[in-house]
Design a protein around this ligand. Sequence first.
Ligand SMILES: C[S@@+](CC[C@H](N)C(=O)[O-])C[C@H]1O[C@@H](n2cnc3c(N)ncnc32)[C@H](O)[C@@H]1O
Length: 314
Amino acid sequence: MEQKSFLQTGGRWTQVKIKTAIASADAIANYLFDHQAVGLEIQENNDEYSTLLAYFPQDDLTTMRLRNLRRFIAKLPSFGLPGEESITIEMRAYDSQDWANSWRSAFPPQEIGDHVVVAPTWHQMKEDEPQDDELGDQSGTEKILIRLDPGMAFGTGHHPTTRLSLHLLSGLPFKGREMVADIGTGSGILSILAVKMGAKKVIALDIDETALNVAEHNFVVNGIKDHVDLRQSEGLVNLTGKFHLIISNIVSQVILPMIPSYPQYLRKGGKLILSGILDSESQTIRTALRDHGFQCLQVRQQDEWVGILAQKGN
Ligand SMILES: C[S@@+](CC[C@H](N)C(=O)[O-])C[C@H]1O[C@@H](n2cnc3c(N)ncnc32)[C@H](O)[C@@H]1O
């Protein structure tokens, strides 16, 4: 039976089409992701220009979103990037069916390393691909399948910050008794992988109520709901207990002030995965980690993004 996607549930959408000088395309794509674009397609036209298609719900925030986007674009030259004179924006209404189809083609299944496959719920797995009947605890299986319905939360596995987190997480050994905290769970993608690798329990937190709804749906789809405690919360304030692993893929501005507090929630030798860090911010984060008794075990980079695996000392 075909699963009903969040994306098929009706409603009107606004498609924002941005043609931009290629040098500004990443900055604009990151802005759109950070400002809750529900879907994003990047169509590279040639060496000079890129066309981005972003989708937002059509609601009373539409005008404000466009105004803020224009303000952001006006500031690009202060970062040394081409601005308004090389960028055009078009908007049009989109009905949910068109949008759902467009979203589908924008998110093909993808492999993360050798052992993890992230596939949208609507993708029919081929015979040689991991199968849905293996959903649930997949520790010990050769490939882990994560089914995702991205909905309106961040975390499709396509953004470098998520990919870096998935890579670092998939390299960790799990024994089946691990307690994990996922701070800023978004679509729940990292919690899902942790459980499928064998974590006993994951506390998944997010400040955003929409993200919680999407994450809950994804936990059910992946058959792991009983292993996750999902709560609306900011940072570490409502966290209790000691964890074998804490994951935070948020942004440096949120992560940095949390660094002094992580050790009190980690067991001796506990690990920390941090992502959402720009290359230019990485040294500051690493210095803060060292100052608070962490050893950096691995630093991975994709594009301008950095992911860090660190371990608490004694
Ligand atoms: C970059 S997304 C990461 C989502 C997902 N974990 C992934 O790796 O793709 C960051 C998430 O953190 C949430 N967030 C932002 N600030 C937060 C805070 N102070 N405490 C908890 N969650 C926060 C956002 O709502 C968003 O869902």
